[in-house]
Design a protein around this ligand. Structure first.
Ligand code: PLP
Length: 429
């Protein structure tokens, strides 16, 4: 059945025709995906794309990595789900996270990143007895109420509370303070005024939900210092950065250690995972009994197939030069794109880190979310729509980042750069 027919069927029975916000993209509303392997995805009409969207980040090894797929299949043959006690795999994964991630002594598994950030804030409130949460403009931490505000805000909503959904109690939104990213001064001011009421500060150490804003060292250091002084819990949301930039996450790279860390996406290379880890004294507040200091539960937490995927992913990341490969390709892409846009006289800031890249169409700098308001969204989206015509898939939505995986090759990068030059020329014509 072709995509048009299938997507019409989808819209009749699935609200908006898709199962997650931002999977339906203007200009691509009939997209039905049939297959994914390595660096490629294929739609139901047989059109193939080199995939840089990468499902918003999980397949760091590439789609359907054979070692991960085999581990998942073997786990399924042995145990689907018991829902009582613990498995050896869960123990090994928790030991691995404690070994790899500087801020993790103990950890718990969830099925999504949103659940991990939800529980991070719950336990921070339980530990401190305080109400307020600090988040930063441009950061996304999932769909739950305390963090559902001020991600990609329109210019006139920056600086105001800007919920991403209706249906949220105003008192929940009021308990979240939104600060500009990379402003150590704003952090100092907020803690001077509200420090005694702040339960937690949560931050994407690299806000990849708006492409890539690299954190200034003073910013993360100040956040750490102010949280420590005020007795507030610092949460690094490493759902994107965890494993992708380093096995120990951005905290390993920056040397700033949070109290709690959330992980997801790349740690299981495409299987539904989230993890919350941190200081043992905080994590020990979670009790498996209702009425414990902080309640934590989930039918599918630590699912054997997902745990097997995560363990197989870590094994491969440790055994093979995955980071070297994706970092080298990422650097080549960023340098190549910069040269192309410079050559064409297009104002562009090609940002990113390691395997992540994004071309903003604007003049620099790109330090804060407010800077990104200068990005030419029409050019950003138009350029990416033209890339689709060359078989290159970068999500045609404003400010979205792209990723390379271990399955991408130098030839894929050559192809991307040729396509980029042609797409940019056509967009300018
Ligand atoms: N935190 C960050 C930084 C994310 O990018 C995301 C998802 O994009 C989440 C949390 C939520 O994760 P999930 O979609 O698995 O609930």
């Amino acid at each position: 059945m072709n995509q048009r027919v299938l997507s019409e069927r989808a819209r009749r029975v699935i609200p908006g025709g898709v199962n997650s916000g931002q999977r339906s993209v203007p200009g691509l509303t009939d997209l039905v995906i049939a297959h994914a392997e390595g660096a490629r995805i294929r739609d139901a009409d047989g059109r193939e794309y080199v995939d840089y969207h990468a499902a918003f980040g999980p397949p760091l090894l590439g789609h359907n990595d054979p070692d991960v797929a085999e581990a998942v299949a073997a786990a399924g043959r042995s145990l689907d789900l018991a829902g009582v006690g613990v498995t050896q795999g869960e123990i090994e994964l928790a030991e691995t996270l404690a070994e790899l991630v500087p801020g993790i002594e103990k950890s718990l598994l969830t099925s999504t990143g949103s659940e991990a950030t939800f529980h991070a804030l719950r336990v921070a409130r339980a530990a401190t007895g305080r109400r307020l949460v600090v988040k930063f403009q441009g950061c996304y931490h999932g769909w739950h109420d305390s963090v559902s505000l001020n991600v990609i805000s329109a210019p006139d909503r920056v600086g105001a509370r800007d919920p991403i959904s209706t249906g949220i109690l105003p008192e929940v939104l009021e308990a979240t303070l939104v600060l500009p990213f990379n402003s150590a001064e704003a952090v100092r001011r907020a803690f001077a005024e509200h420090g005694a009421d702040i339960a937690a500060a949560i931050v994407e150490p690299v806000p990849h939900n708006v492409g890539c804003l690299l954190p200034e060292p003073e910013f993360l250091r100040t956040l750490r210092e102010e949280c420590t002084k005020a007795g507030s819990v610092l949460v690094f949301d490493e759902v994107i950065t965890g494993f992708r930039h380093a096995l120990g996450g951005w905290q390993q790279i920056s040397g700033v250690t949070p109290d709690l860390t959330t992980l997801g996406k790349a740690i299981a290379n495409g299987y539904p995972v989230g993890a919350l880890g941190g200081r043992a004294d905080l994590m020990d507040l979670f009790s498996s009994r209702p009425g414990g200091p902080a309640f934590f539960a989930g039918t599918y937490n630590g699912h054997p197939a997902v745990v097997a995927a995560a363990l197989a992913t870590v094994r491969k990341l440790r055994a093979e030069p995955v980071h070297e490969h994706v970092f080298a390709l990422g650097a080549r892409i960023r340098e190549g794109l910069t040269a192309i846009f410079d050559g064409l006289g297009v104002p562009a800031v090609v940002a990113g880190y390691g395997s992540v890249f994004v071309a903003y169409f604007m003049t620099g700098p790109a330090r804060t979310y407010t800077d990104l308001l200068r990005n030419d969204a029409e050019m950003f989206i138009g350029y990416r729509r033209r890339l689709l015509g060359h078989g290159v898939f970068e999500l045609p939505l404003n400010l979205k980042r792209s990723h390379v995986s271990y399955a991408h090759t130098g030839a894929d990068v050559d192809h991307l750069l040729e396509a980029a030059e042609q797409a940019a020329r056509a967009q300018l014509a």
